[in-house]
Design a protein around this ligand. Structure first.
Ligand SMILES: *Cc1c(COP(=O)(O)O)cnc(C)c1O
Length: 394
């Protein structure tokens, strides 16, 4: 049969058609009034998308660039910091703060798990300068309780830096209410655009911290970037086409929200939640276990059935159906496969990929009944959208 190529990976995610058009026509120079208007609009819309009044910046880098920029601008050698690690991206924070010479306290939990608030309370010291964590750990599919962790820091001088690269647009995050000092996103996740731009929102006290920190910085000097952004510009040549792509994605979300971008973001989060709930129900109905104890809506990590390498599932779904799932990373390779729900996915994508997974599992010798996963997903969909279906019949 024909195969359509589809990405189900937790970054990059499928491009929205308006994004593709914007990419193809982004033939502008960045030091022009037209581009400044676009840049200002994207920065303002990103504030709404993130749900913050904090100043927002764009960087021409992948998400990890904004992670490094946060460490570089907010810490200096010898600073005590706390890293919360529950997977490959938590380990990235650990490695980054070590590169910058921080005195690092680490709360690390096994892959698939999340932190207990008491562990974190015990690890916080009076001189902890900053805490680094993920909102959702994309290597394991776990969701962390950012609100509870933020509450521990209230009233202290400890900055909270959250990698929400797969959390934004899949998870409700009250950035200002909770007191998140830096929150980081990436163009290739919920915003349906190609990789190449990272964005972040920075609190007033984090801006103040940057003035005290002595760490040398140049390309990722966020103070310089802030000054440029206030004039509707970037310090260096921006990733023009991706900025235009982000604008198209944000306009699409505004349209989905009936003219209200925050509503469109809420709709995107609920969409991910429904896709994720359908996928979890299907996996369990097919006799498989979920890898994460507190699963995120961003992606679902599924433990492959006994005796079947998860790589066989990933390869089968790709070779036979053109859909790209993600295998486990590092030690989790071969054990689990990951199905993303970040960004531009709908009911048909979700039902379709679950059908493909059933086919591939059956070919690999798993004892499954065709349709068992789909049936469970159908029920979840019907339950979660009951009110919408009724409204639609009026
Ligand atoms: C994708 C991702 C990143 C960033 O990775 P890049 O490849 O640098 O864009 C960081 N953290 C999480 C949780 C991610 O999912």
């Amino acid at each position: 049969m024909l195969r359509k190529n589809r990405l189900f990976t937790p970054g990059p995610t499928p491009l929205h058609p308006h994004v593709q058009t914007a990419l193809a026509s982004a033939d502008v120079h960045h030091r022009t009034a037209d581009f400044r208007a676009l840049y200002r609009r994207v920065l303002a819309d990103l504030q709404t998308f993130i749900g913050t009044k904090n100043e927002t910046l764009l960087l021409a880098s992948s998400g990890s660039g904004a992670m490094e920029a946060s460490v570089q601008n907010l810490t200096q050698g010898g600073d005590r910091v706390l890293v919360l690690s529950a997977g490959k991206f938590g380990e990235r924070w650990r490695d980054l703060v070590r590169v910058y010479g921080c005195q690092t306290d680490l709360v690390s939990v096994p892959y698939g798990e999340t932190f207990h608030v008491e562990q974190i309370r015990a690890a916080l010291k009076p001189d902890t300068r900053a805490v680094f964590l993920q909102a959702t750990e994309s290597s394991t599919g776990a969701r962390h309780d950012v609100a509870a962790i933020a509450a521990l820091l209230r009233g202290s001088d400890t900055l909270l830096v959250v990698d929400a690269i797969t959390g934004l647009g899949t998870t409700a995050l009250d950035v200002d209410g909770w007191g998140v000092d830096v929150i980081i996103g990436g163009s290739q996740k919920a915003l349906m655009a190609p990789p190449g731009v990272a964005y972040l929102a920075v609190s007033e006290r984090a801006w103040q911290r940057m003035e005290q920190v002595k760490t040398p910085r140049y390309y990722f000097d966020l103070r310089r970037e802030r000054k440029a952004a206030q004039k509707g510009e970037s310090a260096f040549t921006p990733a023009i086409a991706i900025v235009a792509a982000l604008d198209a994605a944000l306009q699409y979300l505004r349209q989905v929200g009936g003219g209200d971008l925050a509503e469109g973001r809420g709709m995107l989060v609920r969409n991910a939640e429904t896709c994720a709930a359908m996928t979890r129900a299907a996996a369990q109905a097919l006799g498989m276990k979920l890898f994460a104890k507190s699963p995120a809506a961003a992606l679902t990590a599924v433990v492959a059935p006994e005796g079947i390498d998860s790589g066989v599932v990933v390869k089968g779904v790709r070779d036979r159906f053109g859909a790209v799932l993600a295998d486990g990373q590092g030690e989790m390779k071969g054990q689990l496969f990951r199905v993303a729900h970040i960004g531009y996915y709908d009911y048909l994508d979700t039902i379709g990929v679950l059908g493909a997974i059933e086919q591939v599992l059956a070919s690999a010798g798993a004892q499954i009944e065709f349709g068992a996963g789909i049936a469970a997903a159908q029920k979840v969909y019907a339950e979660q959208t009951a009110s919408i279906a009724v409204a639609g019949t009026k």
